[in-house]
Write a protein that binds this ligand. Sequence first.
Ligand code: ARG
Length: 487
Amino acid sequence: MSQPGQMWGGRFQGGLDPVFEAFQKSLTIDHELAFADLETNLAWTQALARAGVFTEAEFERVREAIDQLAEHWAAHGVPRDDAAEDVHSLVEKELIARCGDLAKRIHTGRSRNDQVATDLRLHLRVLMADLLEGLHDVLAALVEQAKRHADAPMPGYTHLQRAQPITIGHHALAHCEALGRDRERLLDAWRRMDECPLGSGALAGTALPIDRDELAAELDFHRGPSHNSIDATAARDHLCELLFVAAMTMTHLSRLAEDYVFFASQEARLLRFDDAVSTGSSLMPQKRNPDAMELVRGKAGLVHGALAAMLATVKGLPLAYNRDLQVDKQILLPALRETSACLRVAALAVRHAHFDVARCAAEAERGYLNATDLADLLVAAGVPFRDAHGLVGAAVNRAVELGVELQDLPAAEQQRLLPQLRGDLRVQLAARAVLDRRNTVGGTAPSRVRAEVERWQQQLAEWLSGGGCDDPDCETPDCDDEAHHHG
Ligand code: ARG
């Protein structure tokens, strides 16, 4: 027999073993889908009314009950400890309490399989919008950083060895490029999320004359109804894909975090984090630790694990729905929450990171970062680059011996090692000159970086003002009409 809050039980005599009962419940996780579930219930009841299962008056009573429940939960929260098996059972039970037998008819022609698939897509739109906002937040913080320091030299690294001077702004915008691609991937994932599985039933479709195009439009799914009921209830690649976007974003945040942690180290001392994002040691009074960025770096692992877990959950599952798929939400939702939080904290940490501009500039003049440019000067004087490379290598060795920079080699040494060059190297090898030479597209020259800052500012302003879609009800970010409105 069915218990209240149980959607099945007709052929069962014995109750569930309490151990299994507790084990199979999902309310502690899927309570998050409650409002999405109310939305799908309303749309489905309306579709049923159009199909003649409810009269208009009955539909209105169900709508009222749904509104009341939504209001109640908005005020008091959705219970996580209810006896109901999952959020769908909870909603049905609560609706029965509000409109009686009418609510028992809502599940006509529907299954929890198409219901949960639809709920999750609806809910993920909200979470994806939040991720998008978080991405915009970090991007804005980095662009601010880049604007402030578009001209400011700092040492650039490869292999974590000093390589060539770059501007602080160029470094900040490098991270923008990566996160900008994550944004693009997120919107791409959004596109595949934007399809309505409701009406697919348990796996074979629904036997009722439901207008699925209308139903999809009602729920704002721009790509319309799914085209195969088996796939619609079985597919979870859209979740894997979203988790990949989150994992990639976290990887990028972890690289940003690592750069800043290194810059803030006593060894580099290129930047300092405000107290707002630093912590002390319980033992060592002198410590100032960059924990905000370290936690961001650390949490990347959680999200990577979630991607692996999701792929493993789906792998080898027979079509269509299997209860394994209940685990999807347990994997996905916390990972997206972490990603969202990390985006906010990374933005905060960037805003609270202060480059020591004077030291960055001084360090950009040290450590032979201009050796490539010295070779280029030799090339300009007619020496083939490979030979110039060798000559400069020898000059660097001598400069190291003497404890000076290349531009400070004594005149006699310069004459001996680099006879092709005349005059004072100090101007031509200054970090400023080295930077200015790199003014082709994508280069670190301050003039380029200023132009890129402007491009990013415009881009961000455009993104923040929404897309170019002319449907006033469309909430899809960056909607370009074509991708989302050809049904
Ligand atoms: N709680 C279930 C889930 O999240 C809902 C679907 C249950 N369907 C079923 N046939 N038992 O996947």
